[in-house]
Design a protein around this ligand. Structure first.
Ligand code: F6R
Length: 266
């Protein structure tokens, strides 16, 4: 796991965007994994700017979203398939047919989860999966207590997550769905590379568990410790409870210098 503590949101966005641009430059048909929520927005905006500047194209790429609410009407603005199109994929040259999300409006969500997992398996591997982290340690919508090897499944949100996400629903927790479809931890771990973004003090405890805690179902993101290529991008607030920050800074400098000398990390 490479941990980068970066001084500004702009740098986090640029570093994240560079990872996508590098991968799509080498393989324009790459399959990429997208997260919704606030954390990746800076990266998506940086990618939209790079697309407008002619530095990247998504024309031949495919995208799979991590998760989706169950029970929202298909045209609800906060349904993740609408969020991702509005905030990112419709603003670049993605083929709309190549942007996939779990069918949260299916009458059989269990079957829909199985089908989505098979679809990812057939198209994959996912070259780069972007992730946020919940304040309770979830990735995707894998809430505490689930199997660390789970596949895409029907899940249920904690009160903490529903309360965190109420800001997208006019501050009303009762409007936040209880159920969701999410790629499982086992599905997510099959991506060739993971890029997790966390900012703000509200994520500090989850980040401490992710980076320095024991692997446990209580903090699902800790499964990432077993991934061979995972990059964690943090701001100072999200990193504030880490005890080994100096070491991570040295290791990150070495990673950038020796493993990724071609990237513009600024
Ligand atoms: C969203 C997702 C979630 C979010 C997490 C953090 O597709 O998979 O795991 O990444 O809930 O959300 P934000 O970024 O809004 O703090």
């Amino acid at each position: 796991m490479q941990v980068a503590v970066l001084p500004s949101q702009e740098q986090i966005a640029n570093v994240g965007a560079r990872r996508f641009i590098g991968i799509l430059g080498r393989n324009p048909q790459a399959v990429i994994g997208l997260a919704t929520g606030s954390s990746p927005l800076g990266i998506y905006q940086a990618l939209i700017r790079a697309y407008r500047a002619g530095e990247v194209s998504f024309r031949q790429a495919q995208a799979f979203c991590l998760d989706e609410y169950v029970g929202l009407p298909a045209d609800h603005p906060e349904a993740y398939q609408n969020f991702i199109r509005r905030e990112f994929t419709d603003q670049v040259d993605f083929d709309p047919q190549a942007v996939h999300a779990p069918a949260g409006d299916s009458s059989d969500p269990v079957a829909a989860a199985r089908e989505y997992d098979a679809q990812i398996g057939a198209a994959g591997p996912v070259a780069l999966q972007i992730l946020g982290i919940g304040s309770d340690g979830h990735i995707g919508f894998n809430e505490p207590g689930g199997a660390l090897t789970s596949r895409t499944h029907l899940g249920f949100l904690t009160e903490q997550t529903r309360s965190d996400n109420a800001r997208f629903f006019a501050g009303d927790i009762n409007q936040v769905p209880v159920a969701c479809l999410t790629q499982g931890l086992g599905t997510i771990m099959e991506a060739e590379e993971l890029l997790l973004v966390a900012t703000g003090a509200g994520k500090a405890q989850a980040v401490r568990e992710l980076v320095e805690g024991p692997v446990s179902a209580r903090w699902p993101a800790t499964v990432i410790q077993a991934h061979p290529r995972a990059v964690i991008l943090l701001d100072e607030e999200a990193a504030s409870l880490l005890s080994d920050k100096d070491h991570y800074r040295n290791a990150w400098d070495g990673f950038v210098k020796y493993e990724c000398p071609d990237y513009d990390w600024s």
